[in-house]
Ligand binder design. Structure first.
Ligand code: AVJ
Length: 322
């Protein structure tokens, strides 16, 4: 077994400090807000996995179907020797891309990029064992901060799937796409998965499923904060909400306080009160249109060259180049 050289741009101390700062900022804002990146502890990742298999949650299976249909073309037009995958590195979508690039004969290197070293180690070992001769170079980092640290060798395909970009608001996306553009050179390409605007009833159902899995996923962030920062949130005293914002064209997940209550976050020496009915935003999940994606990419200096969707126009994969 070859040893893995993990390059780390995020040590556990800075991760914890970042979380402390984010939670303090969010809980002292009006209205209160929590960043979605803290959903994904072991339990949260398990719940997300369950979400991807729910009948109401179409994005994962739809993106996979688009990829199956077009992955050979993606490999042919990119001729990538390096696949860089932002956030995840565990999915079967990665394998589809790796298989297609291997079949095209260009694949040399795989760079999974994730905040979670454990996720990364697992993904790297599995993929390394599965693809003969593949050089696996995992990078631990935050895609909003460390894209500048990505390895530069080879013809690179940078993949950001699952519509995770929808967790960013427009200002954050502007900065993110600029970072993507800055790390890409001539011959490189950017593969982006975006969920598309559609009937609000379907969108709301996808984020408020009948089995209540998304509700558990949303509430899990309170368990994460309790454990990581010594807080005493009572998850039973909050209710999951999913709301379509037609103006912003995004889904908002919120946690609504079922009663007047005080919460103490011991590690931050912070006391916060919630009034009955008060809603705290825990996630935005922006939905896109082709023209908007093309315009945002163009503003960063990326040209959209391919746009693949499913027959229902529910989800899109785009390929853009510097
Ligand atoms: C992983 C961020 C793409 O926004 O659809 C799923 C997360 N939240 N259900 C999304 C999520 C609620 C998901 N992303």
């Amino acid at each position: 077994m070859p040893t893995l050289d993990v390059s780390v741009h995020l040590d556990p101390t800075s991760l914890a400090a970042q979380m402390a700062q984010d939670v303090r900022d969010g809980l002292t804002r009006v209205p209160k807000v929590l960043p979605p990146k803290y959903f994904y502890d072991a339990r949260g990742s398990e719940l997300f996995d369950e979400i991807t298999r729910l009948p109401e949650y179409y994005p994962t299976r739809t993106e996979r179907a688009i990829l199956v249909e077009h992955v050979a073309q993606i490999a042919a037009v990119t001729e990538a020797s390096t696949l860089i995958e932002l956030g995840s590195g565990t999915s079967e979508k990665t394998r589809l891309l790796l298989q297609a690039l291997q079949a095209a004969g260009t694949l040399r290197r795989f760079v999974p990029f994730d905040v979670d070293p454990a996720v990364l180690a697992e993904a790297s070992e599995a993929v390394g064992a599965e693809f003969d001769g593949l050089v696996v170079e995992p990078v631990v980092g935050d895609f909003e901060k460390h894209l500048g640290e990505l390895p530069r060798q080879g013809r690179r395909l940078l993949a950001f799937l699952g519509s995770t970009v929808g967790n960013l608001d427009r200002e954050q996306r502007t900065a993110f796409f600029a970072d993507v553009r800055a790390t890409l050179g001539e011959g490189d390409a950017f593969l982006l998965g975006t969920d598309l605007v559609k009937d609000p009833a379907r969108l709301v159902a996808a984020y408020d499923d009948a089995q209540g899995v998304t509700a558990q996923f949303n509430l899990n962030v309170l368990h994460v904060i309790n454990r990581s920062l010594g807080a005493d949130f009572d998850p039973d005293a909050f209710t999951h909400r999913a709301v379509w914002d037609a103006e912003e064209e995004w889904i908002e997940m919120r946690l609504e306080s079922a009663r007047d209550q005080d919460v103490r976050v011991a590690d931050l020496d912070l006391d916060v009160s919630f009034t009955r009915g008060e809603q705290m935003r825990t996630e935005i999940s922006a939905k896109f249109r082709r023209a908007g994606v093309a315009a945002e990419l163009a503003a960063a200096g990326l040209e959209l060259v391919h746009w693949w969707t499913d027959p229902n126009d529910d989800f899109a994969l785009s390929l853009s180049v510097p």
